[in-house]
Design a binder for this molecule. Sequence first.
Ligand code: GTP
Ligand code: MG
Length: 278
Amino acid sequence: MHTHGASSIWRRLSEFVPLDAVAGEAPAWLTVMQSAMSAEVVALACEQSRFDFGEELASLAARPQIEAADRVATCLRRSRIAAAMIRPTRVLLVGRQNVGKSTLFNRLLLRERSLAGPLPGLTRDAVCEPVVLSGFLYELVDTAGDGAATGVVDVDAIERGRRLREGALVLLVVPAGVRLGPVEEDLVAGGAVLLRSKGDLLATPDPVEPGLRVAAASDPPQEVRTAIGEALRRHRGLAPAGAVGGPVALDSRQWASLNELAHRMGIEGDCGADGRSA
Ligand SMILES: Nc1nc2c(ncn2[C@@H]2O[C@H](COP(=O)(O)OP(=O)(O)OP(=O)(O)O)[C@@H](O)[C@H]2O)c(=O)[nH]1
Ligand SMILES: [Mg+2]
Protein backbone atom coordinates (compact mmCIF):
# COMPACT_ATOMS: atom_id res chain seq x y z
CA MET A 1 0.00 0.00 0.00
CA HIS A 2 1.45 3.39 -0.95
CA THR A 3 0.07 6.12 1.30
CA HIS A 4 2.32 8.80 -0.25
CA GLY A 5 2.55 10.55 3.10
CA ALA A 6 -1.21 10.99 3.43
CA SER A 7 -1.56 11.29 7.19
CA SER A 8 -5.29 10.45 7.22
CA ILE A 9 -4.61 7.06 5.63
CA TRP A 10 -1.68 6.48 7.97
CA ARG A 11 -3.94 7.27 10.96
CA ARG A 12 -6.62 4.87 9.70
CA LEU A 13 -3.95 2.17 9.42
CA SER A 14 -3.43 2.36 13.17
CA GLU A 15 -6.92 0.92 13.57
CA PHE A 16 -5.57 -2.30 12.09
CA VAL A 17 -2.06 -2.42 13.51
CA PRO A 18 -0.59 -0.83 16.67
CA LEU A 19 1.73 1.68 14.98
CA ASP A 20 2.59 3.20 18.36
CA ALA A 21 4.61 0.02 18.91
CA VAL A 22 6.99 1.21 16.22
CA ALA A 23 9.16 3.38 18.50
CA GLY A 24 12.71 2.04 18.84
CA GLU A 25 13.88 -1.03 16.91
CA ALA A 26 11.41 -2.05 14.22
CA PRO A 27 9.56 -5.19 15.29
CA ALA A 28 9.85 -8.20 12.99
CA TRP A 29 6.19 -7.98 11.90
CA LEU A 30 6.70 -4.38 10.71
CA THR A 31 9.72 -5.33 8.61
CA VAL A 32 7.62 -8.15 7.14
CA MET A 33 4.76 -5.75 6.40
CA GLN A 34 7.05 -3.18 4.76
CA SER A 35 8.41 -5.72 2.30
CA ALA A 36 5.10 -7.56 1.77
CA MET A 37 4.49 -8.65 -1.83
CA SER A 38 1.04 -10.12 -1.25
CA ALA A 39 -2.21 -9.62 0.68
CA GLU A 40 -1.50 -12.89 2.53
CA VAL A 41 1.75 -11.49 3.95
CA VAL A 42 -0.02 -8.27 5.04
CA ALA A 43 -2.64 -10.43 6.82
CA LEU A 44 0.14 -12.39 8.51
CA ALA A 45 1.99 -9.22 9.60
CA CYS A 46 -1.23 -7.67 10.98
CA GLU A 47 -1.94 -10.85 12.92
CA GLN A 48 1.60 -11.07 14.28
CA SER A 49 1.55 -7.42 15.42
CA ARG A 50 -0.84 -8.58 18.15
CA PHE A 51 1.53 -11.24 19.54
CA ASP A 52 4.78 -10.97 21.42
CA PHE A 53 6.96 -13.80 20.14
CA GLY A 54 9.62 -13.32 22.82
CA GLU A 55 7.02 -13.59 25.58
CA GLU A 56 5.47 -16.65 23.96
CA LEU A 57 8.83 -18.46 23.88
CA ALA A 58 9.63 -17.46 27.46
CA SER A 59 6.26 -18.78 28.67
CA LEU A 60 6.77 -22.05 26.74
CA ALA A 61 10.28 -22.48 28.11
CA ALA A 62 8.94 -22.05 31.66
CA ARG A 63 6.37 -24.86 31.30
CA PRO A 64 7.00 -28.54 31.95
CA GLN A 65 8.25 -30.16 28.73
CA ILE A 66 5.27 -32.50 28.44
CA GLU A 67 2.92 -29.49 28.31
CA ALA A 68 5.06 -27.27 26.13
CA ALA A 69 6.21 -29.77 23.48
CA ASP A 70 2.91 -29.75 21.57
CA ARG A 71 2.81 -25.98 21.47
CA VAL A 72 6.42 -25.73 20.31
CA ALA A 73 5.70 -28.23 17.53
CA THR A 74 2.63 -26.20 16.49
CA CYS A 75 4.69 -23.00 16.55
CA LEU A 76 7.29 -24.65 14.30
CA ARG A 77 4.58 -25.79 11.88
CA ARG A 78 3.05 -22.32 11.69
CA SER A 79 6.47 -20.69 11.43
CA ARG A 80 7.31 -22.83 8.39
CA ILE A 81 4.16 -21.58 6.64
CA ALA A 82 5.12 -17.99 7.47
CA ALA A 83 8.69 -18.57 6.26
CA ALA A 84 7.40 -19.92 2.95
CA MET A 85 5.34 -16.73 2.54
CA ILE A 86 8.16 -14.29 3.23
CA ARG A 87 11.31 -16.06 2.02
CA PRO A 88 11.60 -17.21 -1.57
CA THR A 89 11.93 -20.86 -2.49
CA ARG A 90 13.65 -21.37 -5.81
CA VAL A 91 11.57 -23.13 -8.45
CA LEU A 92 13.22 -24.16 -11.69
CA LEU A 93 11.29 -24.64 -14.91
CA VAL A 94 13.06 -27.60 -16.44
CA GLY A 95 12.44 -29.63 -19.58
CA ARG A 96 13.42 -30.28 -23.16
CA GLN A 97 13.67 -27.47 -25.68
CA ASN A 98 10.48 -25.99 -27.06
CA VAL A 99 8.14 -27.57 -24.49
CA GLY A 100 6.75 -24.18 -23.42
CA LYS A 101 8.83 -23.26 -20.35
CA SER A 102 9.32 -19.60 -21.24
CA THR A 103 5.67 -19.18 -22.25
CA LEU A 104 4.69 -20.54 -18.85
CA PHE A 105 7.31 -18.38 -17.09
CA ASN A 106 5.86 -15.24 -18.71
CA ARG A 107 2.28 -16.25 -17.80
CA LEU A 108 3.24 -16.77 -14.16
CA LEU A 109 4.97 -13.36 -14.04
CA LEU A 110 2.13 -11.69 -15.94
CA ARG A 111 4.64 -10.05 -18.32
CA GLU A 112 6.81 -10.96 -21.27
CA ARG A 113 10.12 -11.34 -19.41
CA SER A 114 11.59 -14.29 -21.33
CA LEU A 115 11.84 -14.73 -25.07
CA ALA A 116 9.44 -17.47 -26.22
CA GLY A 117 8.83 -18.82 -29.72
CA PRO A 118 8.91 -21.84 -32.03
CA LEU A 119 12.70 -21.87 -32.49
CA PRO A 120 14.18 -24.57 -30.18
CA GLY A 121 16.90 -23.31 -27.87
CA LEU A 122 15.58 -19.78 -27.62
CA THR A 123 16.35 -19.53 -23.90
CA ARG A 124 20.12 -19.52 -23.63
CA ASP A 125 20.69 -18.56 -20.01
CA ALA A 126 18.71 -18.79 -16.79
CA VAL A 127 16.34 -15.91 -16.03
CA CYS A 128 15.28 -15.47 -12.36
CA GLU A 129 12.33 -13.42 -11.10
CA PRO A 130 10.40 -13.26 -7.80
CA VAL A 131 6.75 -14.27 -7.99
CA VAL A 132 3.96 -14.89 -5.48
CA LEU A 133 1.78 -17.94 -6.19
CA SER A 134 -1.09 -18.88 -3.87
CA GLY A 135 0.41 -16.44 -1.33
CA PHE A 136 3.84 -18.11 -1.21
CA LEU A 137 7.01 -16.45 -2.43
CA TYR A 138 9.14 -18.10 -5.10
CA GLU A 139 12.23 -17.28 -7.08
CA LEU A 140 11.12 -18.60 -10.44
CA VAL A 141 13.87 -19.60 -12.85
CA ASP A 142 13.41 -20.14 -16.57
CA THR A 143 16.25 -22.35 -17.78
CA ALA A 144 17.75 -23.30 -21.12
CA GLY A 145 16.02 -26.41 -22.44
CA ASP A 146 17.76 -29.77 -22.32
CA GLY A 147 18.59 -30.98 -25.79
CA ALA A 148 21.25 -31.43 -28.41
CA ALA A 149 23.76 -28.58 -28.17
CA THR A 150 23.79 -27.03 -31.63
CA GLY A 151 25.37 -23.83 -32.85
CA VAL A 152 22.32 -22.02 -31.45
CA VAL A 153 22.43 -23.51 -27.95
CA ASP A 154 25.02 -22.47 -25.45
CA VAL A 155 26.29 -25.61 -23.64
CA ASP A 156 27.54 -23.48 -20.72
CA ALA A 157 24.05 -22.04 -20.26
CA ILE A 158 22.58 -25.56 -20.12
CA GLU A 159 25.22 -26.49 -17.53
CA ARG A 160 24.49 -23.35 -15.47
CA GLY A 161 20.81 -24.30 -15.55
CA ARG A 162 21.66 -27.78 -14.28
CA ARG A 163 23.73 -26.33 -11.41
CA LEU A 164 20.84 -24.10 -10.35
CA ARG A 165 18.83 -27.24 -9.65
CA GLU A 166 20.85 -27.90 -6.48
CA GLY A 167 18.42 -27.61 -3.57
CA ALA A 168 15.66 -26.11 -5.73
CA LEU A 169 12.16 -27.34 -6.40
CA VAL A 170 11.92 -28.58 -9.97
CA LEU A 171 8.86 -27.98 -12.11
CA LEU A 172 9.36 -30.46 -14.93
CA VAL A 173 7.60 -29.38 -18.12
CA VAL A 174 6.62 -32.17 -20.55
CA PRO A 175 4.02 -31.62 -23.29
CA ALA A 176 0.70 -33.43 -22.73
CA GLY A 177 0.64 -36.83 -24.42
CA VAL A 178 4.45 -37.13 -24.58
CA ARG A 179 6.10 -40.09 -22.82
CA LEU A 180 8.68 -39.32 -20.16
CA GLY A 181 12.29 -40.26 -21.02
CA PRO A 182 14.72 -41.78 -18.48
CA VAL A 183 16.06 -38.34 -17.42
CA GLU A 184 12.53 -37.09 -16.81
CA GLU A 185 11.56 -40.29 -14.94
CA ASP A 186 14.58 -39.74 -12.68
CA LEU A 187 13.58 -36.13 -12.00
CA VAL A 188 10.06 -37.17 -11.02
CA ALA A 189 11.45 -39.93 -8.81
CA GLY A 190 13.68 -37.27 -7.22
CA GLY A 191 10.68 -35.12 -6.26
CA ALA A 192 10.09 -32.91 -9.31
CA VAL A 193 6.54 -31.64 -9.86
CA LEU A 194 5.34 -32.84 -13.27
CA LEU A 195 3.56 -30.30 -15.41
CA ARG A 196 1.93 -31.19 -18.73
CA SER A 197 2.18 -28.24 -21.12
CA LYS A 198 0.36 -27.47 -24.38
CA GLY A 199 -2.78 -29.21 -23.07
CA ASP A 200 -4.81 -27.57 -25.87
CA LEU A 201 -2.98 -29.59 -28.56
CA LEU A 202 -4.40 -32.93 -27.42
CA ALA A 203 -7.76 -33.60 -29.06
CA THR A 204 -8.73 -36.18 -26.44
CA PRO A 205 -6.71 -35.62 -23.27
CA ASP A 206 -5.80 -38.81 -21.42
CA PRO A 207 -7.58 -38.58 -18.06
CA VAL A 208 -5.08 -40.87 -16.32
CA GLU A 209 -1.92 -39.20 -17.59
CA PRO A 210 0.08 -38.14 -14.53
CA GLY A 211 0.87 -34.49 -13.98
CA LEU A 212 -1.00 -31.21 -13.86
CA ARG A 213 -2.15 -30.16 -17.35
CA VAL A 214 -2.10 -26.52 -18.49
CA ALA A 215 -2.25 -24.65 -21.78
CA ALA A 216 -0.19 -21.60 -20.84
CA ALA A 217 -0.54 -20.02 -24.27
CA SER A 218 -4.35 -19.94 -24.17
CA ASP A 219 -5.64 -20.50 -20.60
CA PRO A 220 -6.43 -17.30 -18.62
CA PRO A 221 -3.17 -16.38 -16.79
CA GLN A 222 -4.89 -16.30 -13.38
CA GLU A 223 -6.08 -19.89 -13.88
CA VAL A 224 -2.57 -21.00 -14.77
CA ARG A 225 -1.15 -19.15 -11.74
CA THR A 226 -3.70 -20.68 -9.35
CA ALA A 227 -3.28 -24.20 -10.73
CA ILE A 228 0.50 -24.09 -10.41
CA GLY A 229 0.50 -22.23 -7.08
CA GLU A 230 -1.82 -24.82 -5.57
CA ALA A 231 0.13 -27.75 -7.06
CA LEU A 232 3.34 -26.38 -5.49
CA ARG A 233 1.62 -25.72 -2.17
CA ARG A 234 0.23 -29.26 -2.00
CA HIS A 235 3.55 -30.72 -3.08
CA ARG A 236 5.25 -28.87 -0.19
CA GLY A 237 2.57 -29.94 2.30
CA LEU A 238 1.77 -26.32 3.24
CA ALA A 239 -1.53 -25.06 4.66
CA PRO A 240 -3.08 -22.08 2.79
CA ALA A 241 -1.13 -18.82 3.09
CA GLY A 242 -2.31 -15.94 5.32
CA ALA A 243 -2.84 -15.49 9.05
CA VAL A 244 -1.65 -18.63 10.86
CA GLY A 245 -3.53 -18.50 14.17
CA GLY A 246 -0.69 -17.96 16.64
CA PRO A 247 2.74 -16.42 17.18
CA VAL A 248 5.44 -17.41 14.69
CA ALA A 249 9.16 -16.80 14.11
CA LEU A 250 9.54 -14.11 11.45
CA ASP A 251 13.28 -13.37 11.29
CA SER A 252 16.55 -15.22 11.75
CA ARG A 253 16.86 -14.23 15.43
CA GLN A 254 13.40 -15.54 16.28
CA TRP A 255 14.07 -18.69 14.26
CA ALA A 256 17.32 -19.30 16.17
CA SER A 257 15.46 -19.00 19.52
CA LEU A 258 12.65 -21.28 18.36
CA ASN A 259 15.05 -23.90 16.99
CA GLU A 260 17.06 -23.80 20.21
CA LEU A 261 13.95 -24.38 22.33
CA ALA A 262 12.76 -27.15 19.99
CA HIS A 263 16.19 -28.77 20.16
CA ARG A 264 16.14 -28.66 23.97
CA MET A 265 12.77 -30.39 23.93
CA GLY A 266 13.95 -33.01 21.47
CA ILE A 267 11.60 -31.79 18.73
CA GLU A 268 12.70 -31.82 15.11
CA GLY A 269 13.27 -28.17 14.19
CA ASP A 270 14.15 -28.73 10.56
CA CYS A 271 14.41 -25.07 9.59
CA GLY A 272 17.66 -23.15 9.37
CA ALA A 273 18.20 -19.81 11.10
CA ASP A 274 17.05 -18.11 7.90
CA GLY A 275 13.71 -19.90 8.18
CA ARG A 276 14.18 -22.11 5.12
CA SER A 277 12.91 -25.65 5.38
CA ALA A 278 15.68 -28.20 5.29
N1 GTP B 1 -0.40 -24.74 -28.59
C1 GTP B 1 0.39 -24.33 -27.61
N2 GTP B 1 1.61 -23.89 -27.89
C2 GTP B 1 2.40 -23.48 -26.86
C3 GTP B 1 1.95 -23.51 -25.52
N3 GTP B 1 2.93 -23.05 -24.73
C4 GTP B 1 3.96 -22.75 -25.55
N4 GTP B 1 3.64 -23.00 -26.84
C5 GTP B 1 4.47 -22.77 -28.02
O1 GTP B 1 5.62 -23.61 -27.97
C6 GTP B 1 6.74 -22.95 -28.56
C7 GTP B 1 7.90 -23.00 -27.62
O2 GTP B 1 7.59 -22.20 -26.48
P1 GTP B 1 8.72 -21.70 -25.47
O3 GTP B 1 7.97 -21.17 -24.31
O4 GTP B 1 9.69 -20.79 -26.14
O5 GTP B 1 9.43 -23.07 -25.13
P2 GTP B 1 10.73 -23.32 -24.20
O6 GTP B 1 10.50 -24.59 -23.49
O7 GTP B 1 11.02 -22.12 -23.39
O8 GTP B 1 11.86 -23.53 -25.28
P3 GTP B 1 13.46 -23.39 -25.09
O9 GTP B 1 13.76 -22.02 -24.62
O10 GTP B 1 13.98 -23.69 -26.44
O11 GTP B 1 13.89 -24.45 -24.14
C8 GTP B 1 6.28 -21.53 -28.89
O12 GTP B 1 5.97 -21.46 -30.26
C9 GTP B 1 5.04 -21.36 -28.03
O13 GTP B 1 4.10 -20.45 -28.60
C10 GTP B 1 0.61 -23.98 -25.27
O14 GTP B 1 0.12 -24.02 -24.12
N5 GTP B 1 -0.10 -24.37 -26.33
MG1 MG C 1 12.65 -20.93 -23.26
